[in-house]
Design a protein around this ligand. Structure first.
Ligand SMILES: NC(=O)c1ccc[n+]([C@@H]2O[C@H](COP(=O)([O-])OP(=O)(O)OC[C@H]3O[C@@H](n4cnc5c(N)ncnc54)[C@H](OP(=O)(O)O)[C@@H]3O)[C@@H](O)[C@H]2O)c1
Length: 199
């Protein structure tokens, strides 16, 4: 995640170029994101060029428990992903018939995140999942013990109102000791931190 020094994921201008350059080092098989992250860019996406699916790109998987995402076709054709997959729950409102997205139903009231990760693993060919989240989804995955590694690109600014989104969500998970994997600083004051969660 791109964060400010005080841990916010929004309210500042991230270095998007460096962020995606570093993100590419995982060679993810799937990008897992939340509906709110998609909705924040849906308008821009609707107007963006659509070069078509990226043949060798990752699968985009969106946790969308409330069925709020609409621009599936634009996401598929944005040129970043090979395809799109929606994660829903039994309680997700009815979707338009024949909409252009595959879906997995996992959970009753909300998407059951452990069951979702198991189902994703069973699709075959997906070993590395990179989470691209504003914090709510990452926080929930952390609490469920589903994160192997945390990667933070820290920007040299303090930002946001007190209720701004933090990378760990709203209820930070207590973790005894994270293992330092790597850190690197860049000319413009950005610092990249990588930590492994204990098993
Ligand atoms: N700085 C960065 O690196 C970065 C990266 C990505 C996005 N962002 C920004 O972050 C903002 C959006 O972030 P956000 O934190 O509001 O949302 P988010 O991380 O996109 O997560 C929201 C999604 O997580 C699901 N969720 C949360 N807790 C859950 C739980 N316990 N069980 C099941 N599902 C759960 C929600 O489910 P429902 O569908 O049921 O509501 C929703 O789909 C946007 O402004 C975006 O631009 C920043």
């Amino acid at each position: 995640m791109a964060i400010s020094l005080n841990g916010a994921t929004t309210g500042f201008e991230p270095n998007v170029g460096l962020f995606y350059e570093l993100a590419a080092s995982w060679h993810e098989d799937a990008t897992l994101t939340g509906a709110d992250t998609i909705l924040a860019q849906e308008q821009a996406l609707a107007a963006a060029p659509r070069p078509g699916p990226a043949k060798d790109g990752p699968l985009l998987i969106v946790v969308d428990g409330k069925g709020r995402v609409r621009e599936w076709e634009a996401l598929r054709n944005a040129g970043h992903w090979s395809d799109v997959l929606a994660l829903h729950a039994d309680a997700t409102p009815a979707r338009p018939p024949q909409r252009a997205v595959r879906e997995l139903i996992v959970g009753h009231e909300r998407v059951d995140l452990p069951a979702a990760l198991t189902a994703i693993g069973e699709l075959g060919g997906i070993n590395v999942v990179r989470v691209d989240s504003g914090g709510a989804l990452t926080g929930a995955l952390l609490q469920a013990g589903l994160i192997d590694e945390i990667s933070l690109l820290v920007h040299p600014c303090m930002t946001g109102p007190p209720d701004s989104r933090h990378w760990y969500g709203t209820e930070p998970t207590a973790v005894d000791r994270l293992e330092h994997i790597a850190s690197k600083s860049f000319n413009d004051g950005l610092v990249w931190l990588r930590y492994r969660l204990p098993k």
